[in-house]
Design a protein around this ligand. Structure first.
Ligand SMILES: Cc1cc2nc3c(=O)[nH]c(=O)nc-3n(C[C@H](O)[C@H](O)[C@H](O)COP(=O)(O)OP(=O)(O)OC[C@H]3O[C@@H](n4cnc5c(N)ncnc54)[C@H](O)[C@@H]3O)c2cc1C
Length: 473
């Protein structure tokens, strides 16, 4: 099928950010400041950290600085699947932290409940829908595993091909596991901007266009150098510098170069891509069903994720995961025509009844991949600085939990969360180049081969599994 006409007019702006609802830019920091807590980074992790800091102590002075604009990066351009899992799925948690995996699953459910409660408490208009997720099998070999996971008491319901056809209609489906409780859908950019509104109402001072360039110890405080940036985080011709003296600092900089050198090898940026369709008509909606509006993901290593928006568009993303030599993050990689064409072809294979539908947006963004595929934490300068990163593409929900952990670490007290192995143990770092590039290339090829081979994992994946670096989506 020729997908070019369907893609021809698609905007390259991430759909969620392409709206008049985007708040007016906030001025950068142009003078020296003192604060109790400085949060660096204005994505979900930084915003949730600032919100919880004010909830814990309304009198604490909190400043948040963002190099670009609030929510411009991964947080404003993702699929909006807000999952309970803190470990990128129960099985991945079991592979890495078997002793505390059940507790982490419970903490993840509590975290998702807390996200929902915050949305209600602060009246956030973020299109929050706790629809759950359908994990669909598109190959026969995938069905057995889904059937085995059937556990209605825990909210996991297996649907055979016929039952599934009554819920969402696609000729590619062989069956599904409906995870009815542990995933919600949100409009991610609206969530960023609503969190911004709330933290400002609670008294957090927010500066955009303000990049932190250095963090250093100053006995009882931390000294942070900032400089006013231009349009993008890379294009930061120094305009004006200032110093923030902070009692505590939370680093929420995700995929961007870490301000703590010792963890700079612990993540690699891997690019993920998505398409957005025009709104479906009532007839088109009737042709696919999907009245439950669940998020959908398929089961292969290279998987698609897709969902409806509030105005009945379909976001369709995933499949390719692209790493660029040298750990490079650049706006240049946000567009990848060959991936958009593949996604468009897969979209129409999934929903042939929607032939003729057009895509209005196509975009991508980097994911902070770490070797265990879920977040890690560290602290520095006598626990005056904490950081969280490594969400590996599942950070919409987990970012709030990361904020809770960072505040616990910065409190200097031992808490249940600071004692978790998840928090105390770092994942293995990636090697320097060119080994990282070669290793990621070989692993990607091995995962593709496993998909073509009914999920059977070859020698390289088995070695990585044994070394604690394996991943089975
Ligand atoms: C295409 C795509 C789809 C995704 N889909 C999903 C999904 O459906 N579900 C899910 O759970 N996850 C998904 N993710 C991942 C999810 O978006 C991220 O895990 C999450 O947004 C991370 O939030 P964050 O605040 O840590 O990072 P970011 O949103 O990247 O924010 C970090 C911020 O820090 C700022 N910053 C960096 N360095 C500095 C500095 N030195 N000084 C000042 N500011 C700085 C940056 O400008 C940036 O705004 C997806 C990601 C992508 C790219």
């Amino acid at each position: 099928m020729d997908v070019h006409p369907a893609l021809a007019d698609a905007s390259t702006i991430p759909f969620w950010l392409d709206t008049d609802l985007r708040p007016q830019p906030l001025p950068p920091l142009v003078e020296d400041r003192e604060t109790d807590l400085l949060v660096v980074g204005g994505g979900f992790t930084g915003l949730w950290t600032a919100l919880q800091a004010k909830e814990r102590d309304p009198n604490r002075r909190v400043v948040l600085v963002e190099a670009n604009s609030i929510g411009w990066a991964a947080s404003g351009r993702n699929g909006g699947f807000c999952a309970a899992s803190l470990t990128h799925g129960y099985d991945n948690g079991q592979a890495h932290l078997p002793e505390e995996n059940d507790r982490l699953a419970q903490l993840g459910r509590e975290n998702l409940d807390a996200v929902e409660a915050a949305v209600a408490k602060y009246g956030m208009d973020v299109e929050f829908e706790r629809t759950g997720e359908l994990d669909v099998a598109t190959e026969d070999y995938q069905v057995a595993e889904l059937r085995e996971a059937h556990d209605p008491d825990s909210g996991f319901v297996f649907l055979d091909q016929q039952e599934l056809a009554g819920i969402v209609k696609s000729p590619t489906y062989k069956g599904a596991l409906w995870d009815s409780r542990e995933v919600a859908l949100v409009n991610p950019a609206k969530l960023c901007w609503e969190l911004l509104r709330v933290i400002r109402e609670l008294g957090v001072d927010v500066y955009e266009g303000t990049k932190v360039t250095d963090v250093s110890d100053a006995t009882s405080t931390v000294r942070v150098q900032t400089r006013v940036t231009a349009e993008t985080i890379e294009d930061c011709a120094a305009a004006q510098c200032s110093t923030i003296t902070a009692k505590r600092v939370a680093l929420a900089t995700n995929v961007f170069p870490s301000l703590l050198k010792r963890v700079s090898l612990h993540t690699v940026p891997v690019y993920d891509y998505a398409l957005m369709t025009e709104p479906l008509t009532d007839e088109q909606m009737a042709a696919i069903g999907w009245e439950g509006r669940q998020g959908i993901g398929d089961c292969a290593n290279r998987f698609h994720y897709y969902r409806l928006t509030a105005d009945n568009r379909i976001l369709f993303g995933g499949w390719d995961a692209v790493y660029h030599f040298g750990r490079k993050v650049s706006w240049k990689y946000d567009q990848r025509p060959e991936t958009f064409e593949t996604l468009a072809e897969h979209f129409f294979e999934t929903f042939p009844q929607l032939a003729g539908l057009k895509f209005t947006h196509k975009w991508g963004g980097p994911i902070d991949t770490c070797s265990r595929f879920f977040s890690f934490f560290t602290s520095a300068y006598g626990k005056k600085v904490a950081m969280a990163a490594g969400f590996t593409g599942l950070g919409v929900g987990a970012s709030r939990f990361a904020g809770t952990v960072m505040l616990d670490l910065l409190s200097g007290e031992d808490t249940e969360l600071t004692e978790l192995e998840m928090v105390r143990k770092l994942p293995l770092p990636f090697p320097p180049e060119p080994v990282a590039w070669l290793g990621i290339k070989l692993t990607t090829n091995a995962l593709i081969k496993a998909d073509e081979n009914e999920g059977r994992r070859g020698p390289l994946l088995k070695v990585l599994d044994a070394a604690g670096m394996g991943f089975d989506s």
